[in-house]
Design a protein around this ligand. Structure first.
Ligand SMILES: [Zn+2]
Length: 306
């Protein structure tokens, strides 16, 4: 009995020492500084090498560019204790160290299924306040990709979205594809005009890195616009699920539920496209059912980080 105890004690001590040594090894490999978008240097190289060890495929070029930020965002979304802001700091470092030490990412509990509800083309007087009420009732934070001209008309509603802790992202000023995508000057003219409106209404400290291209970024001709936005530090989001509320006029609640069910497909992370523009009364009616459905499938809800 005594010998067994001694052996256990010996093994325990050995494990503790080995643990401390390997912690030290990983600590040396991981940069101990804060890193963020467009930073450069050896620390960024070290971070990129570390990320590649756990399955990411980054160029180790020492530039904290879009791919490095996407890798960090992807990593942060998997762990409950991390805020997904795309920045590398002490908390991300601590979790990354654990993952490096304990092996494959999926051996550590990952965040459950997450649904990011997004509402485009508002804020509107008729629809947005009711969407906000429903979100309040369920205690859900969502993301609003707003239009500059709508924000200009509805400053109080924009302020409410912001004060309730939802995220706000760019979605152009006019939503007029032909104008926006005819050249880069028009595109940035719309974003900058909207940025000014946002700052005027929400204060100079307000800033958002979120952007959704009108109509999404799927078509080849939009690639330069997407790239230009990413280069300027925006995070460009499309969607991978939708309620189809813009596929026709007055899309019925049943139809919206059917579109949700066929697009969700058990994905672990959902970015759900919906609209809070004028005329979307049926979206208000469908929203509680959409939320209930997603909850029943095990999703929790988050806003994309601004
Ligand atoms: Zn839109």
């Amino acid at each position: 009995m005594k010998t067994k105890f001694k052996i256990s004690l010996f093994l325990l001590t050995l494990f503790l020492i080995l643990g401390a040594v390997s912690d030290l090894t990983y600590a040396q490999e991981l940069p101990n500084v804060n890193l963020t978008y467009l930073q450069r240097g050896q620390a960024v190289k070290d971070l990129q090498s570390a990320l590649n060890k756990i399955g990411y495929k980054l160029d180790v070029d020492g530039v904290y560019g879009p791919n490095t930020r996407s890798a960090i965002l992807d990593f942060q979304r998997k762990y409950p204790s991390l805020v997904d802001d795309g920045k590398y700091g002490p908390k991300t470092r601590a979790v990354l160290m654990k993952v490096l030490k304990n092996g494959p990412v999926d051996e550590i509990p990952i965040k459950g299924k997450i649904a990011y509800l997004t509402f485009d083309d508002g804020p509107s007087k008729t629809i947005t306040p009711k969407i906000l009420q429903i979100l309040d009732k369920y205690d859900i934070k969502a993301t609003f990709f707003i239009l500059g001209n709508m924000a200009e008309q509805n400053p109080a509603i924009l302020k409410t979205i912001n004060s309730k802790g939802h995220s706000i992202g760019h979605h152009s000023y006019s939503h007029k594809y032909k104008y926006i995508y005819s050249n880069m000057d028009n595109f940035w003219g719309e974003i900058n005009r909207t940025e000014k409106i946002l700052k005027k209404q929400l204060g100079n400290n307000f800033h958002t890195h979120l952007l959704r291209l009108p109509g999404g970024s799927f078509e080849a001709y939009k690639k330069p616009y997407k790239k230009s936005a990413i280069d300027k530090g925006y995070r460009v989001y499309d969607w991978n699920a939708l309620n189809g509320d813009s596929e026709a006029k007055n899309v019925s609640v049943n139809r919206q539920m059917a579109r949700i069910k066929e697009t969700v497909k058990g994905q672990s992370e959902l970015i759900v496209l919906m609209h809070d523009s004028n005329g979307k009364e049926n979206t208000i009616k469908a929203l509680p059912q959409i939320i209930e459905y997603l909850k029943s499938k095990g999703y929790s809800f988050k806003a994309l980080s601004q």
